[in-house]
Design a protein around this ligand. Structure first.
Ligand SMILES: NC(=O)C1=CN([C@@H]2O[C@H](COP(=O)(O)OP(=O)(O)OC[C@H]3O[C@@H](n4cnc5c(N)ncnc54)[C@H](OP(=O)(O)O)[C@@H]3O)[C@@H](O)[C@H]2O)C=CC1
Ligand SMILES: CC(=O)C(=O)O
Ligand SMILES: [Mg+2]
Length: 549
């Protein structure tokens, strides 16, 4: 009993993928040598879920709720996912934006147990060995960050690991990816966050970020090691700073099964929400002047998909570009600026386009809104409150149904609060936000939920699609297919007062529909084996993991 019995019972009691905790039945407790190791009462999974939610609600702050749920995840994954699934709208803001931002900021202080891989530059000679040390051999999805641009809160160094962990939990909750087949990775290449460098308890490599030449060599070594170890894995790049995000995607998108969530996932969800919004507004994207505040990788990614959509709607590429306006911290992107990347330059306007505005220097967002009839105003700028009352009122004075999406995360970085936008536009605005906000109050007492336009609607479905279809690449057309399928599911298409995106209660069904559309497109694009719709549907069904004992 002593040796073999002890080994077996400890495994099954403490292995987060196999334990049932107090739900082990009397027979199982005897069979596995667990008698005496658990309190007498045998509980059901439903009772455990109820008990856990009771504890979540008893915590004093959302950060404590986050810590509780993360500890539960490390202890018992079936229970953790059952808890999340029981109340997705309440769980999401706790394991994801906005609370995960605080989890990242306080990562070192809150450290409990290891999860995923920490690949630090000083250990670069051992990358293959570190990858081989992963907990589970078979991996479907990796989410990797270097922690440099975490949501809108900047460089969090090793604390950025909160994001891959959080995103992968949503791959499982929404996309049904087996949690034992997910792998969060943090590339620790230092941090330029002075507070972290000064923090005696900081757990990352205490060093300034390495230079670009070393950085790209390290990323290349990492990618090569992933190719050797896990050649079929989906590699999702997350929260890389703009100077690295697009170049990395460009370098690897034709070599691996890979995508950048902030560029491509955000674009797809924004386009999906715009489909419902333009339908309610009774217009087409191609008829609008679309303004983006923020020229980072997320903002430019969204505008690129908006431009493609306008072309699909019938505009010539130049006509489409002429309707897209991007404003960054200095002002409007114009072709005489020498501080633009090639991706940004693609949206720069000729200074002659705005010469008759009479503005000295670069036009600001207020200037753009004053001089154009703007139908769509999007924010991916990290600039809290940048959609001011003046700006929104000026816009709303010229269009019946202004489309206003303050998309920056977390909540504290949003360009505007929905309740304010609603008030300034007398309830006419069509609103979606990046982080969750309370519903809008109407005089007659009916609450109107605000759509959360967040890439969480997209990435779990893309993961499900490529895993089920055995795709080898993520093409632009696959991301467009995701956007369309999400747009088609917009409740606003059938009820103009309904939110622009589906309710969280439906999100898993919607993910199945998106996954089918993406998988189908992968087959058409020749990046997945031939399969009929029925075969793809069946593959999606069998790929889906669900919690339960
Ligand atoms: N809703 C969603 O699903 C998603 C939301 N996001 C959010 O989008 C935001 C931006 O992400 P990303 O593009 O990667 O980040 P970046 O930091 O690279 O981009 C921010 C952009 O906004 C500009 N900017 C900063 N401050 C201001 C200001 N006061 N006025 C106007 N422009 C300003 C910056 O200009 P400059 O570079 O010159 O400083 C830059 O162009 C983040 O908050 C992130 O959380 C991202 C992905 C998905
Ligand atoms: C949602 C997301 O990916 C971000 O804010 O970066
Ligand atoms: Mg992100």
């Amino acid at each position: 009993m002593e040796s073999a019995g002890t080994g077996r019972r400890e495994d099954i009691l403490t292995d987060p993928m196999r334990t049932k905790g107090t739900a082990f039945t009397a027979e199982e407790r005897r069979e596995y040598g667990l008698l005496g190791l658990l309190p007498h009462t045998v509980t059901t999974l439903e009772e455990q879920v109820g008990r856990c939610w009771g504890e979540v609600h008893r915590q004093a702050t959302d950060l404590q709720r986050y810590v509780y749920l993360r500890s539960l995840q490390d202890r018992n994954e079936h229970l953790f996912y059952s808890v999340l699934a029981a109340d997705v709208p309440t769980a999401l803001p706790l394991v994801y934006t906005p609370t995960v931002a605080e989890g990242c900021r306080r990562f070192s202080a809150l450290w409990r147990r290891p999860r995923g891989l920490y690949l630090a530059w000083p250990d670069r000679a051992h990358l293959p060995e570190m990858l081989r040390n992963r907990q589970h051999d078979e991996v479907d999805v990796i989410v990797v960050t270097d922690g440099q641009r975490i949501l809108g809160i900047g460089d969090q160094g090793v604390g950025g690991m909160g994001i891959p962990v959080g995103k992968l939990s949503l791959y499982t909750l929404i996309g049904g990816i087996d949690p034992a087949r997910t792998l969060p990775i943090l590339l620790d290449v230092g941090t330029d966050n002075a507070d972290l460098l000064d923090d005696p308890y900081y757990l990352g490599w205490r060093h300034r970020r390495i230079d670009d030449e070393d950085y790209h060599a390290f990323v290349e070594d990492f990618v090569s090691a992933v190719e050797d170890e896990m050649p079929d894995v989906l590699l999702q790049w997350e929260d890389f700073a703009t100077p690295h995000a697009a170049p990395i995607l460009a370098r690897y998108r034709d070599r691996l099964l890979t995508f950048n969530d902030d560029i491509q996932g955000t674009a797809a969800v924004a386009l999906g929400a715009l489909q419902g919004a333009t339908d309610v507004a009774g217009t087409r994207l191609a008829d609008q002047q679309v303004v983006m505040l923020g020229a980072g990788s997320a903002g430019i990614g969204v505008m690129e998909m908006v431009r493609q959509e306008m072309v699909d709607e019938g505009l010539a590429p130049d006509e489409a570009r002429a309707r897209c306006w991007v404003v960054d911290v200095r002002g409007l992107l114009t072709s005489d600026r020498d501080d633009l990347s090639d991706d940004q330059r693609a949206f720069a306007h000729d200074p002659a386009d705005v010469a008759d505005w009479g503005v000295t220097g670069l036009p600001s967002l207020a200037d753009v809104v004053e001089h154009l009839t703007v139908g769509v105003l999007l924010g991916l700028s990290t600039a809290q409150g940048a959609f001011t009352e003046d700006i929104v009122r000026t816009m709303a004075a010229k269009v019946d149904r202004p489309i206003v999406f303050p998309l920056s995360n977390p909540t504290s970085n949003a360009e505007a609060r929905p309740a304010d936008v609603d008030e300034w536009t007398d309830g006419r605005a069509l609103i979606a936000t990046g982080s969750p906000f309370p519903p809008l109050q109407r005089d007659h007492g009916e609450d109107v939920p605000v759509a959360q336009c967040n890439n969480v609607y997209i990435f779990p479905a893309v993961g499900l699609a490529v895993t089920a279809a055995r795709a080898t690449r993520v093409t632009d057309a696959m991301m467009r297919a995701a956007a369309r399928a999400l747009g088609d599911a917009s409740p606003a298409l059938s009820d103009s007062r309904a939110p622009l995106l589906p309710a969280w209660a439906q999100v898993r069904d919607v993910a199945d529909d998106i996954a089918l559309a993406v998988a189908r497109r992968a087959v058409v694009d020749g990046v997945a084996p031939q399969a009929s719709d029925d075969e793809l549907r069946a593959a999606i069904r069998t790929t889906r993991w669900a919690p339960g004992y």
